[in-house]
Design a protein around this ligand. Sequence first.
Ligand SMILES: Nc1ncnc2c1ncn2[C@@H]1O[C@H](COP(=O)(O)OP(=O)(O)OP(=O)(O)O)[C@@H](O)[C@H]1O
Length: 303
Amino acid sequence: MIDVRNISKRYGSTVAVDGLSFTVRPGQVTGFLGPNGAGKSTTIRMMLGLDRPSAGEVLIDGRSYRSQVSPLRRVGALLEARSVHGGRSAYHHLLWLAQSNRIPRARVREVLTLVGLEGVSKRRVGGFSLGMVQRLGVAAALLGDPPVLLFDEPVNGLDPEGIRWIRDLMRGLAAEGRTVLVSSHLMSEMALTADHLVVIGRGRLLADSGVQEFVAEHSGSHVRIRTPEPERMRDVLTAAGLRVRTAEDGALEAYGAEAARIGELASAHRLTVHEVSAQGASLEEAFMRLTGDAVQYRAEGGR
Ligand SMILES: Nc1ncnc2c1ncn2[C@@H]1O[C@H](COP(=O)(O)OP(=O)(O)OP(=O)(O)O)[C@@H](O)[C@H]1O
């Protein structure tokens, strides 16, 4: 379990993370979502003790990363743009990591097989494709068989097969009871991978909920109604407990009921309708709406 307690991080006048608190629980994939520059990487770096919070603390299974006795056995991480010595073979890269963390040599073969690199383990990493480098990064994260795993934008630059592989892997790790946190700026990807979402913008918490709840609360799906009697229609819908707003073109938008129910209400009150249509909203739109202010601020404030 990861316990983020009121952490903040300033870089000069930039507030990268601003009083952030949330908990990442075991047995599920938690998506850590936010637009570019929201503070995801900074938060993950603070979880790993690579950056020190200006305030607050992060506890992993009750202790800070720095005070873990065998960190690689407690927490595995795949960071963005990781640098691997290009002249080394995959095997020697992992062996070096294993030996410096007192992890048995046999585990190197195990993780190479786990990520499907056993056939190329003697090749120089410098000649690896992005997908292979990513698999090697995952192998390193799994080396210490840790109960907690952090993945920072793991699907960036991967082809569809690689994306599916990472997704299945993360779900498998969570199913084994591990704590899995994965950052992304793509809502659509998280909807397929995560069970739980932590959404941040401008370094602040915007949402912390199950994926299903998030969809129900933020998807904004509604029914669009065009009628020559909008006032009366609005009264009928409101009386039936629905939330109604008027769109820019004068049509009504009703939230909280299916199109069929609205058709029935109109018919029961002898209201003429010219259109009753269900309007789905994608999760991506929900995410954009939620983080819109944060992004706008960034565009104005610049980096
Ligand atoms: N070392 C640093 N020095 C100065 N500013 C930094 C540093 N690291 C991050 N920042 C700033 O902190 C803010 C948050 O950056 P961070 O990389 O954590 O965001 P992110 O959500 O991971 O975004 P991205 O998806 O673009 O990586 C940004 O405004 C960034 O410019």
